[in-house]
Design a protein around this ligand. Structure first.
Ligand SMILES: NC(=O)c1ccc[n+]([C@@H]2O[C@H](COP(=O)([O-])OP(=O)(O)OC[C@H]3O[C@@H](n4cnc5c(N)ncnc54)[C@H](OP(=O)(O)O)[C@@H]3O)[C@@H](O)[C@H]2O)c1
Length: 260
């Protein structure tokens, strides 16, 4: 897709990966409207606007309608917001569980539900969803996050196929571990202990932009993570065994009490 002269509504534009998306989008000639829960916005700059919105709100649909009326110029949406709590299921609060399902999955569905008719009528539009490697591989300590991201991947796929005869594009990009504030120190240490690479957010943002520019339907980031995604799909027992070996290390961090 061409990014020049497009206006993207960016969810998660105040976070690690989303923030790193802004500059390349502007450089490509796009404008960005960043939706955030925060009451105070960073300093204004040309091409960037901020709007207040809570993806976790019960009344998200109403908030989207209001936003949409105020900004009829939006012709693309990038959903790069997310919540993540690393904890054993038994230790996860109901609130944390709800937050992950609501922000990572329900909100993406409501956002798409709102913008699809608008983009269809306009004859163009793009919906970009940022998923995760954990949307394809179940990982201990991430039961709720994995459930939400597996859901997001399934939703994106079904929606893309539902809209295949329309001008609306649906793109799913799945980063591997990325060095942002989403991951508490315990998770950084766990990744180090397991030898997992953490990408800088700028690299991930570059890959998201490239997937958009090349009109890719889906992109999985990182090697060997993208290989494990395939193996887990066809021979999950191999990944079961690999993770069983890693479990004592993962459990050490889960049981340390310093998870988010
Ligand atoms: N970091 C990783 O290791 C990693 C790996 C794979 C995939 N991902 C995915 O990449 C995306 C971006 O992650 P990140 O690492 O950049 O996260 P981050 O630095 O923690 O930022 C989270 C972003 O989500 C927004 N957000 C959270 N709850 C929200 C809500 N209720 N309403 C509106 N916005 C909300 C925050 O905005 P405000 O606080 O301003 O409202 C913030 O911009 C997420 O979907 C994440 O699951 C991350």
């Amino acid at each position: 897709m061409q990014l020049h002269n497009r206006t993207f509504l960016l969810f998660g534009g105040t976070g690690g990966i989303g923030k790193a998306l802004v500059e390349p989008l502007l450089n490509a000639g796009a404008r960005v409207i960043i939706a955030t829960r925060q009451a105070e916005y960073p300093k204004q700059r040309p091409g960037v606007q901020y709007v207040r919105l809570d993806l976790g709100s019960k009344d998200l649909d109403g908030q989207l309608q209001q936003l949409s009326q105020q900004h009829p110029e939006i012709d693309g949406v990038i959903h790069c917001a997310g919540q993540n709590h690393f904890a054993s299921l038994k230790d996860m609060s109901v609130e944390a569980l709800d937050d992950q399902l609501t922000v990572n999955l329900r909100s993406a569905m409501l956002v798409a539900r709102h913008f699809v008719p608008r983009f269809s009528n306009a004859g163009a539009g793009a919906l970009v969803f940022v998923g995760s490697t954990f949307g394809s591989i179940g990982f201990p300590g991430y039961t709720a996050y994995c459930a939400s991201k597996f859901g997001l991947r399934g939703f994106s796929e079904a929606l893309r196929r539902e809209l295949a005869d329309t001008p609306v594009q649906v793109i799913y990009v799945a980063p591997r571990a990325t060095a942002t504030a989403m991951n508490p120190e315990a998770v950084n240490e766990l990744n180090q202990a397991l030898g997992n690479t953490m990408d800088p957010p700028e690299k991930v943002a570059g890959a998201i932009l490239e997937a958009m520019q090349k009109d890719e339907k889906r992109r999985f980031l990182g090697w060997p993570e993208k290989l494990f995604v395939v193996i887990n799909g066809v021979l999950p027992r191999i990944v079961d065994k690999a993770m069983l070996k890693q479990l004592p290390v993962i459990r050490r961090f889960l049981d340390s009490g310093v998870t988010s």
